[in-house]
Design a protein around this ligand. Structure first.
Ligand code: NAP
Length: 505
């Protein structure tokens, strides 16, 4: 995709709102700003800085074979730009990426996009009351900074003894190499999370042999994906029908939340679904035992797959039920002591989600770095604004993800909040800095709500900060409760007086 030209390094570009990241959150912010402006609201200028050369975020980066989303298409898309012709109940990565590219093009975002511009530094200038943002290609000064860098954007590779000396090819699922020779290759697949479960069936089809390194077994439930037939597509051409379907999918997903609260009947039913799926697909009781998790269901993400268990039983797949701990030339060494000869090593080992590297780059009032403020785990008021980081809005950040419903719904909720704040800033020059007490109270309430959820029932997951053991990624409640709590900007929390609202177009 082509965007507008970057300034020369010595120029400083003045802009009202700077958005870092052109994934679902950043594009969504851009679309809402653009539409507000078209409706007559003066939201000022905005630019979107994107480190890569295309939009799409996670759906641009994750192109491993089999990549797809496990939230249904008609919910995992913008409510303000629904799509009539999703081909399947669940969208493939490629279909999502095409949707996002189309959104950027058709909503007129291209002139606002600056590609190949990763933020390398962002600091609050107290005197100017502006953010000063640096990229390798330019410098920007903005009143508002929106972080839309995503939580699944920085691939994590575990530290493995001898990995540097591996004689074969190494790849992470989020940085797939399409030229990787898989035919006849001996492939090691490290991890059994959402990415691995989608990739394994494809690897089993293409590679000579696959060894799966399973440190902990996942819970898997049926996926039931299928193509929409012609009559459904005809019905879904009507926007009202799409909205209805969207509502239905949303409330069905909400109904699953009591499982995460460990309500016995609800979590028992979920356990039953996973157990009968395993029984139906794996006849061998010994193998079933090796594939049975040793933690409570829902503590890690519950995976949806109809072809993972069949793939595990392919004649060319070996299940190693321990972690990869070392590499010696072409030999992968498992914690069990087993040794596996490999040509290719695939890390499906997730992302730096709880400690986002972006936080190291952002400096707020008094020189404090965001990573420092988050040294005990990510935190924010309304899951969006951070004490001593005036006019900074973090999308899809602290306690803004979900384990049971659509991330897009959460992002759209935050967009509403940011738009409300921008409306406030239209009327007032004073920067918005949330008092520490407000942030503390909000975080304490979330910590209390998280206490009895399944996510803190004892497993290791990327939802939980590994130093503080706080649930910092997920909102510990219903998605609709997130919207009720955080969908409206509340000036009073900032200790400032509300301004007269002219409403949004
Ligand atoms: P992940 O859920 O963080 O899983 C990482 C996996 O790597 C875990 O199974 C982990 O084991 C394992 N691991 C780490 N080090 C290991 C080692 N040395 N040996 C063996 N295993 C090791 O990462 P992900 O699968 O990429 O998924 C991340 C998130 O992306 C998902 O939870 C989901 O939100 C999103 N995603 C979504 C979809 C979708 O369909 N919507 C698809 C892909 C990804 P432990 O469990 O023991 O830690």
């Amino acid at each position: 995709m082509t965007g507008s030209h970057a300034p020369t390094p010595q120029e400083v570009t003045e802009v009202d709102t700077l958005i870092a990241g052109a994934g679902i959150a950043g594009l969504g912010m851009g679309i809402r700003l653009k539409r507000d402006a078209a409706a007559g609201a003066d939201r000022g200028s905005f630019l979107i800085l994107e480190r890569a050369n295309d939009v799409g975020g996670t759906w641009r980066d994750n192109v491993y074979p089999g990549v797809a989303c496990d939230i249904p298409s008609h919910l995992y898309s913008y409510s303000f730009r629904t799509k009539p012709d999703w081909t399947h109940v669940f969208p493939s990565g490629a279909e999502l990426q095409e949707y996002l590219r189309e959104c950027a093009r058709e909503e007129g975002l291209l002139p606002h996009l600056r590609f190949g511009e990763p933020v390398t530094d962002a600091r609050w200038d107290e005197d100017a009351a502006r953010w000063l943002v640096t990229t390798p290609a330019g410098r920007y000064r903005s009143r508002v900074l929106v972080s839309a860098v995503g939580r699944l954007s920085e691939p994590r590779v575990p530290s493995i003894d001898g990995l540097d000396g591996f004689s074969g090819a190494v790849v992470h699922t989020a940085a797939w190499n399409a030229g990787l020779g898989l035919g006849g290759a001996r492939v090691g697949l490290v991890g059994t999370g959402a990415s691995a479960v989608q990739l394994l069936p494809e690897l089993a089809r293409r590679a000579g042999h696959v060894t799966v390194f399973q440190r902990s077994a996942p819970y898997v439930v049926p996926r039931g994906d299928r193509a929409y037939d012609e009559s459904e597509l005809a019905l879904l051409a009507d926007p009202a029908e799409r909205d209805l379907l969207r509502e239905q999918i949303f409330w069905d997903a909400e109904a699953a939340f009591p499982q995460r609260l460990q309500v016995p009947e609800a979590i028992g039913a979920l356990r039953g679904r996973a157990a009968s799926h395993l029984r139906a697909q794996v006849a061998d009781p010994m193998l079933r035992a090796r594939l049975t998790p040793d933690y409570e269901i829902g503590c890690k993400r519950v995976l949806l797959s109809d072809d993972y268990y069949p793939a595990i039983q392919s004649p060319n797949v070996t299940l190693e039920t321990s972690a990869l701990v070392g590499i010696d030339g072409s030999t992968a060494i498992a914690a069990s002591g087993a040794r596996h000869e490999l040509d290719v090593l695939v890390f499906a080992t997730g992302f730096h989600a709880t400690r986002p590297p972006f936080a190291e780059l952002v400096t707020g009032r008094g020189g404090i770095r965001l990573a420092e403020h988050w040294s005990n785990g990510m935190r924010a008021y309304a899951s969006t604004v951070v004490h001593r980081f005036p006019n900074l809005f973090v999308l899809d950040g602290p306690n803004a993800s979900l384990g049971h419903n659509s991330a897009v719904y959460m992002i759209e909720t935050q967009l509403e909040y940011v738009l409300g704040a921008l409306e406030y800033l239209d009327e007032s020059d004073a920067p918005l800095d949330i008092p520490l007490a407000a942030e503390d109270d909000y975080v304490a309430a979330l910590d209390a709500a998280a206490r009895d959820t399944v996510w803190l029932s004892g497993c290791t997951s990327w939802y939980v900060d590994d130093r503080s053991h706080r649930l910092t990624l997920l909102w510990p409640g219903y998605a609709h409760a997130f919207r009720e709590r955080n969908g409206t900007f509340d000036a009073a929390a900032f200790g400032v007086r509300p301004v007269f609202s002219r409403g949004r177009g």
